[in-house]
Design a protein around this ligand. Structure first.
Ligand SMILES: N[C@H](CCC[C@H](N)C(=O)O)C(=O)O
Length: 271
């Protein structure tokens, strides 16, 4: 086995990206392969894995998988990394479109490592309702920005908040069954600036950034009059994402860096 791949990071949300336009991955049992190669310390390690595929409609198509091997309709940070991968590999120009389960994503290569993507139109917006979590009544909001997100404003210290304890409870809460949800905790930390920490479905942990979660949180916080667009998001990595809300169009901008390129050999899976 000798599979070329890129390891990329979108503001700390990290991905393995493989060009599968020749179908080299089609004979793999992805349900087994992806969790193995996304496991940290014993293999490459990543929050997700992206397969770049051919499209007869737009520049390319992708398949997105979370670290646990589950397929997801969309990934904001992953889409920025996939766009830069496509540009660097001559698959698309600076402005591109690609197919996802959530719909067609438009992306633009900006200055430096920055990529700006237009997400699909959000839906299922619900502002301020109560759910019971660990015996407490929590006021939450929710919205789908390509994938489902719950958004919770944290009144005390966001930096020491137990994201995994509360995130896990809400992620699997009966209200969100069967699909489950991602969970975002936020606090205003400046003029039109939010700190957002996300417990991600399919990673089952806090990730260092979540693109669709940053957009979901920004939409809810603007609706509640807490900030105005464009919104600056300080992610868990400390790196900044920018969210632009223009009527029904939502844009996400931030860095998408190539950490390294490599060739996956069979030892990476033999554990
Ligand atoms: N974990 C998400 C998909 C990835 C979302 C996140 N990495 C982003 O940047 O949008 C889900 O299964 O709904």
């Amino acid at each position: 086995m000798n599979i070329p791949f890129y390891k990329m990071t979108g503001s700390g949300n990290d991905f393995i990206i493989i060009d599968n336009r020749d179908g080299k991955m089609n004979d793999f049992n992805l349900k087994d392969f992806i969790p193995k190669v996304c496991a940290r310390c014993v293999s490459v390690g990543a929050d997700g894995l992206i397969l770049i595929e051919n499209s007869d409609k737009v520049d390319f198509k992708w398949q997105f998988f979370n670290a646990d091997g589950s397929s997801a309709e969309m990934c904001g940070n992953g889409s920025r990394c996939a766009a830069r991968f496509a540009y660097l590999n001559g698959i698309a120009g600076k402005k591109m479109k690609f197919e996802t389960i959530a719909g067609i994503i438009e992306a633009e290569i900006m200055d430096g490592f920055n990529v700006k993507v237009q997400l699909t139109e959000p839906f299922d917006e619900k502002i301020d309702y109560e759910i019971e979590v660990l015996g407490e009544k929590l006021t939450v909001s929710s919205i789908n920005t390509g994938v489902p997100h719950v958004v919770v404003e944290v009144k005390d210290d966001i930096y020491s908040f137990d994201v995994v304890k509360y995130g896990r409870e809400i992620r699997f809460h009966d209200v969100y069954k069967p699909a489950g949800t991602n969970v975002n905790f936020f606090k205003k930390i400046g003029e039109n600036k939010l700190k957002v920490r996300t417990y991600e479905r399919g990673v089952e942990n806090e990730t260092m950034a979540c693109g669709t979660g940053s957009v979901a949180t920004s939409i809810i916080a603007v609706k509640k009059g807490i900030v105005n667009s464009p919104v600056e998001i300080e992610t868990s990595s400390g790196l900044i994402l920018k969210v632009y809300l223009e009527d029904k169009k939502v844009f996400l901008e931030g860095e998408a860096r190539v950490v390294y390129t490599g060739n996956l050999n069979k030892e990476a899976l033999e554990y």
